[in-house]
Design a protein around this ligand. Structure first.
Ligand SMILES: Cc1cc2nc3c(=O)[nH]c(=O)nc-3n(C[C@H](O)[C@H](O)[C@H](O)COP(=O)(O)OP(=O)(O)OC[C@H]3O[C@@H](n4cnc5c(N)ncnc54)[C@H](O)[C@@H]3O)c2cc1C
Length: 394
């Protein structure tokens, strides 16, 4: 297998770099340079810029608005956007429900929803988790009952709904048959968050940001035309969507950027009268992490080469998820170590430390979540044990 890039792909990488440098407004560039937090409006501003360029959904087929890019070019585009620290677009429409509608939606659903996901006119969120249904997602209890008049009546609660407070629509897993085996009684439903009986209650994280919400459904009336795929066939859709979600989390570009930052911080930090970057122990830690990252990058390239041969991402997405999430955390652990005392705060006020160190503690804390969301790493290990290593269930 040849994993090197062709001259055309190298030229495309240059094109992406030039585009980002010229198209990103100065206020976003300033935030990108410091890896600071982008507000929802800023994320949507960048979404619209990428949409105009035709690069907002490169992984979608061209007939529904995707970009005419091959798999490698799509990977290059993602990597360059991460390397530049560009605002990460909300994945719920573009990476999750959009591809699912393309695969399983009716022609009417595709026509109704896809263009507004692309343009950013409608923002989505994900209603999978419930207070007692996280890893054991199939035990979810939110009910959708047929009212005999062409609607479902939805009752229940979702939790950890990221950015529901900004969203217009939520895609939900709901129980439509309480008597069937757990997985066999679930359906996939699209719900307008403005529907009477739907309440979104944001809650603050320990970092002080309102990143999540609890979402309550109290007899919300949802038209049956919003059912995606077959009634009681939602589990197949749920799993397909999680596969898309996990491939996102490899984040090779983001980790490359983080390690470069660690090196810059260590070059500025003095230890025993020398830059920390010259300390052999610290250098060895960076080298170990870079080797792991290079291994992940190669595994990612292999997945891309597999995709070019028409193989859908299978359980190897779990390997990318585990390694990618661990490396992101370890890069920020090293950044914290290099910052020393200045890292012992949730957030550094501007002027206290170098601008690119201001957000390190906050990101370090946030990145604890990467080994939890998208299915915890323990669950990914179970998937690898069963589907790749063929080990028996306990
Ligand atoms: C930042 C963040 C954003 C999120 N955003 C969303 C969102 O937008 N929409 C949404 O629907 N959900 C979202 N989630 C929820 C996320 O998907 C769940 O947190 C995750 O699936 C784990 O479920 P849980 O929290 O209920 O933990 P539990 O399932 O209670 O697990 C607790 C611990 O036990 C371990 N464990 C459980 N079962 C097993 C097993 N069989 N074998 C080995 N170990 C096991 C787990 O790995 C974990 O360490 C988000 C979570 C976070 C942290």
């Amino acid at each position: 297998m040849d994993l090197s890039f062709s001259p055309e792909h190298l030229a495309f990488r240059e094109e992406v770099r030039t585009f980002i440098a010229s198209a990103m407004p100065p206020h976003l560039k300033e935030k990108a340079a410091a890896d600071s937090h982008f507000e929802h409006d800023e994320v949507m501003e960048w979404h619209k810029i990428l949409h105009q360029k035709g690069w907002v959904a490169p992984h979608w087929p061209t007939e529904v608005g995707g970009a005419p890019l091959d798999v490698t070019s799509r990977f290059i585009l993602t990597e360059e956007l991460e390397l530049a620290g560009a605002p990460g677009l909300s994945p719920f429409g573009l990476v999750m429900v959009g591809p699912l509608l393309i695969q399983f939606g009716t022609p009417e659903q595709k026509k109704r929803f896809l263009p507004k996901i692309l343009s950013g006119e409608e923002v989505w969120c994900q209603g999978y988790s419930e207070p007692n249904a996280g890893s054991d997602l199939a035990s979810l209890k939110t009910r959708a009952e047929d009212d005999g008049k062409g609607n479902f009546i939805v009752t229940g609660q979702k939790t950890w709904t990221t950015y529901a407070q900004y969203a217009d629509w939520i895609f939900c897993l709901v129980r439509t048959d309480g008597s069937a085996k757990k997985q066999a009684g679930i359906s996939f439903l699209l719900i307008d968050l403005k529907t009477p009986g739907v309440t979104v209650k944001p809650f603050l994280t320990s970092g002080g940001t309102p990143a999540f919400s609890e979402t309550f459904f109290e007899g919300a009336v949802v038209p049956k035309e919003n059912l995606v795929g077959p009634l009681n066939g939602g589990w197949t859709l749920a799993k397909a969507l999680l596969g898309h979600e996990r491939t996102l989390i490899a984040a090779v570009g983001a980790s490359t950027r983080a390690i470069r930052k660690v090196k810059r911080i260590a070059a500025r930090t003095q230890k025993d009268g020398q830059p920390l970057l010259d300390d052999p122990l610290f250098r060895a830690k960076i080298a170990r992490l870079e080797i792991k990252l290079r291994g992940l990058q190669m595994a990612n390239y292999r997945a891309i080469a597999g995709a070019q041969l028409g193989r859908a991402p299978g359980p190897e997405a779990s390997i990318l998820k585990i390694r990618g999430s661990e490396i992101q955390q370890q890069a920020y652990e090293l950044a914290m170590e290099a910052m020393g005392l200045a890292s012992l705060t949730w957030f550094n006020e501007p002027g206290v430390v170098h601008p690119e160190e201001q957000w390190v503690p906050s990101l370090f804390n946030y990145l604890r979540a990467t080994t939890i969301y998208g299915g915890t790493n323990e669950i990914q290990k179970n998937i690898i044990a069963k589907l790749i290593l063929g080990l028996p269930e306990r």
